[in-house]
Design a protein around this ligand. Structure first.
Ligand SMILES: Nc1ncnc2c1ncn2[C@@H]1O[C@H](COP(=O)(O)OP(=O)(O)OP(=O)(O)O)[C@@H](O)[C@H]1O
Ligand SMILES: [Mg+2]
Length: 342
């Protein structure tokens, strides 16, 4: 019997953040054991899955005609049930190979916009993957718990989670969601806007992966103020001549490209403040807005939001992992689980 056989008996509580861009898995006693893109590569003709996660993302934009890379979750909803289920099962099997003997308890954080049918589908996939019990948690609640906000107190807490597909804004008090809104604007749209900008301005084409790299390395939400702005040389395709070309782009250009999604995020946060009961707004003004999700890592986004709202804005400790950390915390707290499970 393998040495980790008995270990699996201890490590059978699992928290999963099933995100549009990334899936993260936390195992009690082990910490975060999986962090992979929510991407699946399939053979177009046979519909067979060829790769999942990291391996599938490496294929993005580099696949021959016969292979397609798909994100089973899109805009905060499940776009492809079968592939979402396959991906979830694949990830669970990867981190918990002994699930058939020691059926794990699983908590999965899901976007607040998903329907009852989708919730049931996520639950069934996890059960099919070998789970004994499956609980679901709204990702805004999970993020707020992960950010160590006092969600159970009668205090207004605002969390803004900028993910790949959506930005979710929630106000939480007394373990309940008082206000929540999800807009279909996130990191993926910023990537698309960068690609679109380069195409329009320079007749220059870049793939989804390059556009994301540009955003991560050069993207910012507002000017730096004092030091010189950066620039970067990128590789792509010259659409006029149909040949590979390099192009030097500036930080300011990237800011221009992503101006619209940023405007939408700022507007949604302002609307959320306008629609929150006055006592809770008072708490938020005092305690600040908490920014999380990978999109929160865009440079100076906190500055932009603070200037636009007049409320202090803080980034959570590890924005890409806050939701799974929060989901993991609920694994240990049965009373809290009873209050926040959805
Ligand atoms: N340093 C960075 N600067 C800007 N954006 C970043 C950075 N790092 C990651 N991102 C972006 O964060 C997004 C992914 O964030 P995250 O993993 O929180 O999304 P998700 O939880 O999978 O999505 P959702 O919550 O919408 O389901 C991607 O669009 C990615 O490009
Ligand atoms: Mg997320």
């Amino acid at each position: 019997m393998p040495s980790n056989y008995w270990g699996s008996w201890f490590f059978n509580r699992i928290a999963i953040d099933l995100g549009t861009a990334n899936t993260l898995i936390f195992i009690k006693g082990k910490g975060i054991t999986l962090k992979e893109p929510s991407v699946v590569a399939i053979d177009k003709t046979t519909k067979r899955v060829l790769a999942v996660g990291d391996e599938a993302k490496r294929m993005l934009g580099r696949t021959p005609e016969s292979i397609e890379t798909i994100r089973p979750l899109k805009d905060g909803v499940i776009a492809d049930f079968e592939l979402a289920e396959f991906m979830l099962r694949h990830f669970i099997a990867k981190v918990h190979p002994w699930r058939r003997f020691f059926k794990p308890r699983i908590i999965i954080s899901v976007p607040s916009g998903i329907t009852q049918i989708e919730k049931r589908a996520v639950k069934e996939s996890a059960e099919f993957a070998g789970a004994k019990y499956v609980f679901l948690l709204e990702e805004s609640m999970a993020a707020a718990i992960g950010a160590e906000l006092p969600v159970q107190e009668p205090i207004g807490n605002m969390i803004v989670d900028i993910g790949g597909g959506t930005t979710e804004i929630a106000v939480i008090s007394l373990a309940g969601i008082v206000y929540s809104r999800s807009i279909r604007v996130g990191g993926n749209l910023m990537d698309e806007m960068i690609a679109h900008y380069l195409k329009k301005k320079y007749k220059f084409m870049v793939g989804e992966k390059t556009a994301e790299e540009i955003k991560i390395r050069l993207g910012s939400a507002c000017p730096n103020g004092n030091s010189l702005e950066e620039h970067m040389v990128i590789k792509g395709l010259d659409l006029v001549h149909g040949l590979p070309k390099i192009l030097d782009i500036t930080e300011e250009e990237v800011r221009e490209a992503i101006a619209e999604p940023l405007k939408a995020i700022v507007a949604a946060v302002k609307t959320a403040l306008d629609n929150t009961p006055p006592e809770l707004v008072g708490d938020i003004a005092e305690r600040g807005i908490f920014l999380t999700g990978g999109g929160a890592l865009l440079r100076r986004l906190d500055v932009l939001l603070a200037e636009a709202t007049g409320v202090p804005v803080y980034l959570t400790k590890d924005p890409l992992a806050t939701t799974v950390i929060g989901t993991g915390k609920v694994l240990d707290n049965i009373l809290l689980l009873g209050k926040v499970a959805c």
